[in-house]
Design a protein around this ligand. Structure first.
Ligand code: F6P
Length: 343
């Protein structure tokens, strides 16, 4: 019987409530642990702001989007005295350790907190699906479904008006959402951050499609996609509160450049945070539940310093280290799959 803290940090994603519910049910109901939930990611740990989570209190949340704990992009290493404050909060609340549910930023902080001597188990989450230590993250399947639904809807209006529809998806470092939704939705062009694009080649491709009797097109662009140097002006982004470029808007630039090169009427749709909201798919609920059960088991067994992970069809765990939490790009063999449909 131990005492465990849990936080959800970084951008929210569908499945966070499913993972919280699974951790609480397993830790409290099966292992007899006490679970405290920290408010708003690392912010709650720095403030030692936590409340007890019970199976009763976490009923009815499995299907709900967002996170009942709240989240933030606070990094304890960017706050004065942050690391000491994490240790102090755990001591004050008599916690044996912390389950950290996060994407690459939150988990990178978890790695450093663990290196500073705190007991941590990591759970990877992200709509971006871009964490190296796991084959998949929950939230991704829901985001891909939302983006695919949007592409399906844009198809009919593109066809009616003989337009090029540019769809901008999320995907800061990687093109997992753009590629998957683009393939599922039958897009004609898919542009991802892993492969700088040449807008002239895009224009040629669209013109040849029109010439062969298909006078409409869908182009999917991940928000982090960048043009090849010298091909068109690269977008300039303002930094956000954490010094990262605040992405969003590449779709509009690409749409303008396509229209200028082809003369085809072009419109842009930015899917943005719609991809992160609402109810998780069944797939994400199941993956989040499996991750939550595995994390609670690791904590109960004193197996700190691990991150739960999907490997093939199995949920397992890997060391929680810099390698596990680094960004996982789309492999070239998958990016090539998209090119079969592009040109
Ligand atoms: O990390 C997930 C993500 O949705 C990225 O795809 C996107 O760039 C970012 O979060 C947006 O962050 P925010 O919600 O802080 O604007």
């Amino acid at each position: 019987m131990g005492r465990i803290g849990i936080l959800t940090g970084g951008g929210d994603c569908p499945g966070l409530n499913a993972v919280i519910r699974a951790v609480v049910r397993t830790a409290v109901g099966y292992h007899g642990d006490v679970v405290l939930g920290f408010r708003n990611g690392w912010r709650g740990v720095l403030d030692a702001a936590a409340t007890e989570l019970t199976p009763e209190g976490t009923r009815g949340i499995l299907h709900r989007g967002g996170t009942i704990l709240g989240t933030s992009r606070i990094d304890p290493f960017r706050e004065a005295g942050g690391v000491e404050a994490v240790g102090d909060a755990l001591a004050l609340l008599r916690l044996d350790g912390l389950i950290v549910v996060g994407g690459e930023g939150t988990l990178a902080a978890a790695v450093r907190v663990a290196e500073a001597g705190v007991n941590v188990v990591g759970i990877p989450k992200s709509i971006d699906n871009d964490i190296a230590g796991t084959d998949a993250t929950f939230g991704f399947d829901t985001a891909v479904q939302i983006a695919t639904d949007a592409i399906d809807r844009l198809h009919s209006t593109a066809e009616s008006h003989h337009r090029v529809m540019v769809v901008e998806t999320m995907g800061r470092h990687t093109g997992w959402i753009a590629l998957s939704a683009g393939i599922a939705g039958g897009a004609d062009v898919i542009l991802i951050p892993e492969e700088p694009f040449d807008v002239d080649a895009v224009g040629h491709h669209l013109k040849s499609r029109y010439a062969s009797g298909h006078p409409f097109s869908i182009a999917v662009v991940a928000e982090g996609a960048m043009p090849k140097e010298g091909t068109m002006p690269a977008p300039v982004y303002e930094p956000d509160a954490f010094g990262r470029p605040r992405l969003g808007g590449i779709g509009a630039v690409v749409a303008r450049e396509i229209e200028a090169r082809t003369g085809f009427e072009t419109r842009v749709t930015i899917l943005g945070h719609v991809q992160r909201g609402g109810s998780p798919t069944a797939h994400d609920r199941v993956l989040a539940t499996r991750f939550g059960v595995a994390a609670a088991d690791l904590a109960a067994g004193g197996r700190w310093g691990r991150m739960v992970a999907l490997r093939g069809d199995d949920v397992t765990s890997v060391p929680l280290d810099a390698d596990a939490v680094r960004v996982r790009p789309v492999p070239p063999r998958l990016a090539e799959l998209a090119e079969i449909f592009f040109g």
